[in-house]
Design a protein around this ligand. Structure first.
Ligand code: MLT
Length: 399
């Protein structure tokens, strides 16, 4: 008799975005002539930028030759990409990261989910509410205790330090789903808390490139001492169009320590490296060459264009809906707009109304946690035309 991991029975039946995809597919099969506009899951619509395409074509030709063929690569990623990351994402912000602190992966979602492997079951975990479901679900799967930190309009979407001691803290800024940010002063409080309590912060910076305002940290390592308390997750998905290609990275600093039950310190970098070598065979050479190309002058320019394009959409959503009387948050330093549903409608009722009446798909706020009830998330990752049309349809529906 094979026993199951019963923690899985504690999960919601279906992952949020799978539930939405199913609802949309049912609607589409019943209404084949309706043009559905999808502003739900944060999947990009702009194709992979030319600099990356060119690098991939070159890499494809290279691996087709005897001299250029690549078998298994380093599990942690090729040196050329790790070097480019250090120089461009960290040294430019006066942050020192060494190559063996970077682990190239197939996505920040996978990294955020997998990282729990190296932590004990008895850790107390703090997540915001609402929250990106991966942090919640993966800790439920491994049977950890959770503490929720509400982030709502009432506290300006700033999570307050927990009253009880927690060991693992998930912070995502710019935030998914609320689109809001944390300034330097607020982030410093968390680093201080983690130091005092020997906790670890999991800092998901997947949307960092969308920050426009000054004095908003792009990396948690901009905060003094953060290398002793934080793991950082970054992604190529939303900037260079890699949601399908898959490439991301995680920084596990060598200063970072976990503890045995006896209070002995253990290097988390060493544990993560051990886990990576056992369970992962690295991202393909071709994809890593594409990721490297995001750091060329051409690549940077093309990505900037993508970001500006999406942020123009965010503006269209935010300003269009605000003009019609909606209350909106986010959308300034982030591709997500978090809106209050009109007339206190429940998030799923609003979702159903938008889908059934005007064929627009978003994400119900309550799907990210009960503090998201009465909110709704729209993504700026659609095309310009579809985004404008979606806003027009919503405005007309609630006139
Ligand atoms: C989202 O819509 O929240 C994101 O696209 C999910 C993800 O990146 O995994």
């Amino acid at each position: 008799m094979s026993l199951i991991n019963e923690n899985f029975l504690e999960l919601e039946d279906s992952y949020l975005f799978s539930t939405i995809a199913k609802k949309v597919s049912t609607f589409t099969s019943k209404n084949p002539d309706k043009k559905v506009i999808k502003l739900g899951i944060g999947d990009v619509t702009r194709p992979i930028v030319p600099a990356c395409l060119e690098a991939m074509h070159k890499a494809v030709d290279e691996v087709g030759t005897e001299q250029g063929f690549k078998g298994y690569g380093p599990e942690q990623g090729y040196q050329f990409l790790r070097k480019a990351i250090i120089e461009n994402d960290y040294n430019t912000r006066n942050i020192e990261i060494s190559e063996d602190e970077i682990f190239i992966s197939d996505g920040a979602k996978c990294d955020c989910g997998n990282i729990v492997d190296i932590f004990g079951k008895d850790n107390k975990v703090a997540i915001t509410n609402p929250v990106y479901p991966v942090y919640l679900d993966t800790n439920v799967m491994s049977g950890r205790n959770l503490t929720y930190l509400p982030v709502t309009a009432e506290n300006n979407f700033i999570p307050q330090l927990p009253k009880e001691k927690v060991d693992m803290i998930y912070l995502c800024f710019p935030n998914n789903p609320t689109g809001t940010v944390l300034n330097r002063e607020e982030l410093t409080k968390w680093v201080k808390y983690a130091k005092e309590n020997k906790s670890i912060i999991f800092y998901d910076a997947a949307y960092e490139a969308f920050i426009k305002e000054k004095d908003i940290p792009h990396s948690i390592y901009e905060i003094e001492g953060a290398k002793e308390v934080a793991i950082e997750f970054k992604s190529f998905s939303k900037t260079a169009g890699f949601t399908g290609l898959r490439c991301a990275y995680v920084i596990v600093p060598k200063d970072l320590k976990g503890y045995t039950k006896n209070g002995e310190q253990v290097s988390l970098n060493k544990l993560w490296n051990r886990r990576t070598c056992t369970k992962f065979n690295g991202v393909s050479y071709i994809v890593q060459r594409a990721a490297e190309a995001t750091y060329t002058e051409e690549g940077k320019r093309q990505i900037r264009e993508n970001i500006e394009y999406y942020m123009e959409n965010a503006k269209t959503i935010k300003e269009g809906l605000e003009k019609a009387g909606f209350v909106c948050y986010g959308g300034v330093n982030s591709p997500y707009v978090w809106l209050k549903t009109p007339n206190g409608m429940k998030s799923w009722d609003f979702f159903d109304k938008l889908l059934n009446d005007i064929a627009v798909v978003g994400t119900p706020g309550v799907g990210f946690g009960d503090c998201g009830e009465g909110y709704f998330r729209l993504t700026a990752f659609g095309t310009k035309e579809a985004t404008s049309e979606a806003v027009e349809r919503i405005v007309k529906l609630f006139k």
